[in-house]
Ligand binder design. Sequence first.
Ligand SMILES: Cc1ncc(COP(=O)(O)O)c(C=O)c1O
Length: 400
Amino acid sequence: MTDSSPDRKRAFVPYSRPCLDADDLRAVADVLTSTTISQGEQLKAFEDAFAKHAGAAFATAFSSGTAAVHAMCHAAGLGPGDEVILPALTFAGTANAVRYVGATPVFADIDPSTNCISPDMIEPLVTDATRAVLSVDFAGQPANYDRLRNIAAQRGLLLLADAAHAAGARWRDRTVGSLADMTAFSFNPVKNITAAEGGMVTTNDPTFASHLRLFGSHGMTRDPKLLESSPPAGWYYEQQFLGYNYKLSELHAALGLSQLRKLDAYNEHRARLARYYTEELSDLPLILPRPDADSLHSWHLYVIRLTGTDVSRRDELFEHLRSEGFGVQLHYIPVPMHPDYRRMGYTTASLPETVEYFESAISLPLNPSIDEDTCAAVAASVRSFLGIEPRNGNPSTDAK
Ligand SMILES: Cc1ncc(COP(=O)(O)O)c(C=O)c1O
């Protein structure tokens, strides 16, 4: 194996990182010098702008993406005895949120062409106890919403979406956030836009929207239209069900709103880098992402997969790229493989595509703070590891 990057001083390139500029700093500083640091106009403005961008009637902010998925499951009325079908290939937080409400996650295999839940694998898992499908727009590729919506309609299920990777993505002519009964987003530091931490649920259903709003605020309301008793005076509020304190502060909301203005530009930058990676790596024995031609991918992740006997060298390639300063990652350990889930009796026996993906995948650095030169250096490092000649006869070490 040759070392494709003699420049050992190059700064570590994380797979993702927050991109914060002077506008973001000003937005947060303005809140700090105001009198309202929670539950104010920034929150309302962020929710309204996010709903508009997603093409949804309502958006409700939460303190994290996991809280958003939890809220969505609660608003859906899921509880003990209910089953929810979701892909095994996701961050464990997706499935954990199903468990928070006492419902049972049922894991479906992925479609290897999208790495999203396979619609064909859903039908055999539906039982009398199934209440919802919870899809994940993996890496920023929207799941096949047409088929998922059909299955949900035919089987009388709710369609919930975890779009933590897919802010700004589109399925056919509709923006992610307007296609499922409810859709959750995350704004943690590595997501396409960040609020430092935060989440959002979009919906077109006013009943869900009303429940979501109360859920993140202890199940409490002072809205006169919702009160069960007539208010004796202005101090009155009611707890109408057991909720949580999942509120997003004004500081986080101001940052999220400022970032939202740049979401489309960030996603275009990500798409440009993804095209570049694909060009640079297309002659290698790898499985590269194959974005659906009719949808708009948000390129949260660019995942390469090793093939053939190279699969057994995945961890070696991972360490090689890390040692050269490239912050590659593995998204994700399939949820049923975590010890906590294994102890509950979950296995991956019926999830061959998920397991094949897991054993062969590596996420390359992809974020708006890097450019084509960095991608060229990453690609050169992959080439040299695989022992394949540099492209165009240029030594791979030139590609920096
Ligand atoms: C698919 C998916 N769902 C949910 C979450 C949870 O989001 P958060 O970290 O904001 O709680 C993440 C975060 O990594 C995620 O990738």
